[in-house]
Design a protein around this ligand. Structure first.
Ligand SMILES: NC(=O)c1ccc[n+]([C@@H]2O[C@H](COP(=O)([O-])OP(=O)(O)OC[C@H]3O[C@@H](n4cnc5c(N)ncnc54)[C@H](OP(=O)(O)O)[C@@H]3O)[C@@H](O)[C@H]2O)c1
Length: 278
């Protein structure tokens, strides 16, 4: 993992946060303040935002940082080494295009990206270092690896169910992390993931089919994020889980990943690379 101080003779990595006025944007501002190897140089808000021109630090409640929120993404990128996108899926294509044009590495933390954007992700990754991470917690990254191993080790009669719970404001479901867990265990079992299993259950009339990977979704209150992978076999169950109690884990992991990404050549990366490949 990175140390949180720049190596001798190196300057702090300059970051642009896209979605700077959102919950994760604010969390990144707080997390960045605790370390000296990164500095937030630009905060980008949506073009319709009334916050353009306001100070990023004041919005985050930590006092003025001298960084005025902007909707001008190309100008923000010109002043930065790496961009972190925690905004909305509808902004992803434009963010990819801007980062590619500027030749700047991009970490996309925004979740709920549709299949329509996959081609653009692949295209961008030929020109810039691109890390797509619907969950930037290092603990969740490890959970995905453990789930992968369990799915490989346990026989097929162990049914796999993925249960996730998030705060009442979360829009996409199942969460990007639940889907990432689903893809990981499906890959280990050599099957294709069908997230529609969740909908079949809601519609009723379908018993569980052998090999289904099921999803269950809970939304309520201020739950930060919980993921459980249940391997339910005959007469025994194995349960793997992760609970985030503080949004800061995502921000701290994202900053570690941004520092990692800045050292790597163009290509498509995930948090797994940050965890396993130093
Ligand atoms: N990777 C992870 O570990 C992780 C952790 C938590 C959340 N997330 C994901 O990160 C995303 C943001 O989460 P959040 O909780 O911070 O949501 P949020 O509080 O709603 O913040 C999103 C922000 O993005 C802004 N935005 C929308 N379009 C934009 C654009 N074109 N350019 C710049 N900013 C734009 C929104 O501004 P307006 O309101 O003005 O549109 C809003 O301020 C979601 O997809 C969420 O699921 C990922």
């Amino acid at each position: 993992m990175t140390t949180h101080a720049p190596s001798e003779g190196q300057r702090a990595l300059r970051l642009a946060i896209i979605g700077a006025a959102g919950r994760m944007g604010q969390s990144l501002v707080h997390a960045a303040r605790a370390r000296s190897d990164v500095i937030i140089e630009a905060g980008v808000v949506s073009p319709s935002s009334e916050l353009v021109g306001r100070d990023l630090g004041e919005i985050a409640g930590i006092g003025a940082l001298g960084v005025a929120l902007t909707a001008d993404l190309p100008a923000a990128l010109a002043a930065c080494d790496v961009a972190l996108d925690f905004s909305r899926p509808r902004a992803t294509a434009a963010n990819l295009a801007a980062c590619t044009a500027a030749g700047k590495p991009l970490l996309i933390g925004t979740s709920g990206l549709g299949p329509d954007v996959q081609h653009e992700l692949e295209r961008a990754a030929r020109h810039i270092a691109l890390l797509v991470a619907p969950n930037t917690s290092l603990g969740v990254t490890l959970l995905i690896e453990l789930a992968r191993q369990c799915a490989r080790a346990l026989p097929g009669q162990f049914d796999i169910e993925i249960i996730e719970a998030h705060h009442r404001h979360k829009i996409d479901a199942p969460s990007g992390t639940a889907l990432a867990l689903g893809h990981a265990v499906a890959e280990s079992r050599g099957v294709t993931l069908d997230p529609a299993v969740l909908l079949h259950r809601v519609a009723g009339g379908h018993a569980r089919r052998q090999g289904d990977i099921g999803f269950a979704v809970v939304r309520g209150g201020d739950l930060v994020g919980e993921h459980t992978v249940l391997f339910a076999g005959p007469g025994e169950q194995v349960t793997l889980g992760h609970r985030a109690t503080d949004r800061g884990v995502f921000a701290r992991g994202a900053l570690d990943a941004a520092v990692w990404l800045a050292r790597h050549p163009p290509g498509r990366y995930g948090m797994r690379d940050v965890l396993l490949k130093q």
